[in-house]
Ligand binder design. Structure first.
Ligand SMILES: [Zn+2]
Length: 59
């Protein structure tokens, strides 16, 4: 079940740990690329940290 967008809160810009994947394009975020760190609440109430490309997702 996809998470609702309302439960997603972007916290700050940072560098994602190696191996992190962008939740928008599913591509790996390079450690030299700035990423947006977000906090996603699952329907179960569990909180997970996600990352997304801070700028445009690469083609
Ligand atoms: Zn992306």
């Amino acid at each position: 079940m996809p998470a609702k967008i309302e439960s997603l809160a972007w916290e700050y810009f940072t560098y994602a740990p190696a191996g992190s994947r962008c939740t928008a394009c599913r591509k790996e975020i390079k450690t030299v690329e700035l990423a947006r760190r977000g906090n996603l609440e699952r329907p179960s109430g569990q909180r997970v940290v996600i990352y997304r490309h801070a700028d445009k997702c690469p083609e």
